[in-house]
Design a protein around this ligand. Structure first.
Ligand SMILES: [Zn+2]
Length: 316
């Protein structure tokens, strides 16, 4: 029996137990994740630059976008999607192997703790070293709650927990480049990192970047619209103007797309702030909605949900 088969069987057993543990915003809101064994949305490969690819699948259904470095040192991934998609993710990683003996998955970097980004940790954790911010391990080690989606998330099993953690930043030297992992505080959660592939000139921003989509912010677990807006401004100033950007959700992007998100966040936050100052309730602000120009940003994170997230942030 191959190790992969053992892992598939183990994975199948884990699905029942952790489908809710591992789904993060995947369970959220209006759309249920695929049932165990019935995960059938494809995951496709988007070449980005040099050894870097992005894996994307049915936005929101398979989990966040995965960044992959595949080369002579083996494979490193940034995020690992929803737990039920681990076997599909593994198949795509096999496709990206550059040679027979250099295809092992060596590192998994988690941009944050949500199950649509770290849901595959239990599956891949026996093979790869998981790297994440101190607070990712802390949050995954204990039960959590995301009230806005009525979600209770049990503690993750040991094999899903990051084994290398850091407070500010860490570098992995892999496939011929320095891969910088940098923490940005109190953005989408209180444990977010962005990953910079320095030579390939690629960033994976995790859920600091929803490309053309309203973002979710986990206000109960340290996220906040004000500091996330500040972080995005910093990111725009810090990294090269021509960097390619893998967003947590949505298509491959660039600095113009990130700037568009920043403009949207500032404008919609101001609307909610002004209405709160005028004494409007959350329900009234939601009923009034946003101007037409922001309607196309509504997806699983609807205008209503985005208003609730901003409202919760501003109340803190
Ligand atoms: Zn997230």
């Amino acid at each position: 029996m191959t190790r992969n088969l053992v892992r598939q069987l183990t994975g199948a057993c884990l699905v029942g137990a952790f489908i809710f543990a591992g789904t993060g915003i995947g369970v959220a809101a209006h759309i249920k994740p695929p049932k165990p064994g019935k995960a059938d949305f494809p995951i496709s490969v988007v070449p980005v630059a040099g050894p870097i690819s992005m894996l994307i699948g049915a936005n929101g259904f398979t989990g966040g976008n995965v960044g992959v470095s595949s080369g002579p040192d083996g494979i490193l991934i940034v995020d690992d999607k929803l737990q039920p998609y681990s076997h599909k993710l593994e198949a795509r990683l096999d496709d990206l192997k550059t040679c027979t003996f250099c295809g092992d998955l060596k590192f998994v970097i988690n941009t944050h703790w949500h199950g649509d980004h770290a849901g595959g940790n239990a599956y891949f954790g026996d093979e790869a070293v998981i790297v994440a911010h101190d607070n990712v391990r802390k949050l995954m080690s204990a039960p959590q709650e995301i009230k806005i989606f009525k979600m209770k998330i049990p503690a993750s099993p040991d094999e899903a927990l990051p084994v290398i953690t850091y407070r500010n930043s860490v570098s992995v030297h892999f496939n011929g480049e320095e891969i910088r992992v940098i923490h940005y505080p109190n953005g989408h959660t209180d444990g977010d990192s962005v990953v910079h592939f320095t030579k390939s000139n690629v960033l994976h921003l995790g859920d600091h970047f929803f490309n053309g989509l309203f973002p979710f912010i986990d206000v109960e677990n340290g996220g906040n619209v004000i500091s996330m807006t500040r972080n995005i401004g910093e990111i725009i100033k810090t990294f090269p103007a021509d960097v390619k950007i893998i967003p947590g959700h949505g298509p491959l992007g660039n600095m113009s797309d990130l700037k568009a998100m920043l403009v949207m966040m500032k404008a919609t936050t101001k609307i909610v702030k002004d209405r709160m100052a005028a004494g409007k309730s959350l329900k009234e602000i939601q009923a009034a909605g946003f101007p037409e120009k922001w309607k196309s940003w509504s997806w699983r994170i609807t205008t209503e949900t985005w208003i609730a997230v901003i409202h919760a942030s501003l109340k803190k």
